[in-house]
Unconditional design. Structure first.
Length: 234
């Protein structure tokens, strides 16, 4: 039986949500990489996305923040006005760091209009149940909350030759037995296959929805990921 996680801080609950965690997905996620490895990965991504351009007192929100390793990365890069939003209060309870946390729906943000400098999503919107409907709602909220000169940064899975190769290799049981990281990735993919496949199958729709709300300033598609930085459309 899983031990209940005790809250480590006050979490602002926007909406009471009883979202059960997929324990098998979570176990695979934790086998995939250590918190330290994930934080280092997030810092590399943020370097590409140009965190150097942001003021140290920028108000930054990480959406779909989960257990908060993205927030740790931002803190280590020198930012202190940090906030995180996630549906799962249980995952938020794991976080032990300097940030204000909110349990709620990233498609229904309760921040004031034009009130934040940077909003970041790293591996969250591909979990949305309905594309493009939920994606449009989420991006609309991000656009509403960002200041006119604010930045939206996104890192998500993307269909590339590399990703196709990885999935083909992970279909082979021998490869999975030989490489635990590949096995963990394959199990996560299997556990979220409905939303994951939906996301990967609609690149044109996703890009059109993004461009509806944002002017993309920087974009890179490589190694199974799309990384972009954008400004809200007026």
């Amino acid at each position: 039986m899983a031990t209940a996680i005790q809250p480590t801080r006050n979490i602002h609950v926007w909406k009471s949500l009883d979202i059960p965690l997929d324990r098998q997905w979570e176990a695979a996620y934790q086998r995939f990489e250590t918190p330290g490895q994930e934080i280092a990965k997030f810092k590399r991504r943020l370097h590409y996305l140009g965190y150097q351009d942001w003021q140290s007192d920028a108000q930054i929100v990480e959406l779909f923040c989960g257990r908060g390793n993205g927030l740790h990365a931002l803190s280590q890069l020198g930012f202190s006005k940090l906030e995180g939003v996630d549906l799962s209060q249980e995952l938020l309870n794991v976080f032990a760091g300097s940030a204000t946390l909110y349990a709620g729906d990233c498609c229904e943000l309760q921040f004031d209009d034009r009130s934040r400098d940077v909003m970041i999503v790293q591996g969250g919107v591909h979990h949305l149940p309905v594309i493009p409907g939920d994606l449009d709602r989420c991006l609309s909220e991000i656009r509403r909350v960002l200041k006119p000169d604010g930045n939206f940064c996104m890192v998500e899975p993307w269909r590339t030759p590399f990703l196709t190769f990885v999935h083909r290799v992970s279909d082979h049981p021998v490869a999975r037995r030989c490489w635990s990281k590949l096995d963990a990735l394959a199990e996560m993919t299997e556990r979220e296959i409905t939303t994951y496949s939906q996301w990967l199958s609609q690149p044109a729709v996703i890009l059109a929805t993004l461009k509806k709300h944002f002017q993309i300033e920087r974009q890179k598609i490589a190694y199974g990921k799309i990384m972009l930085r954008a400004l809200p459309r007026k």
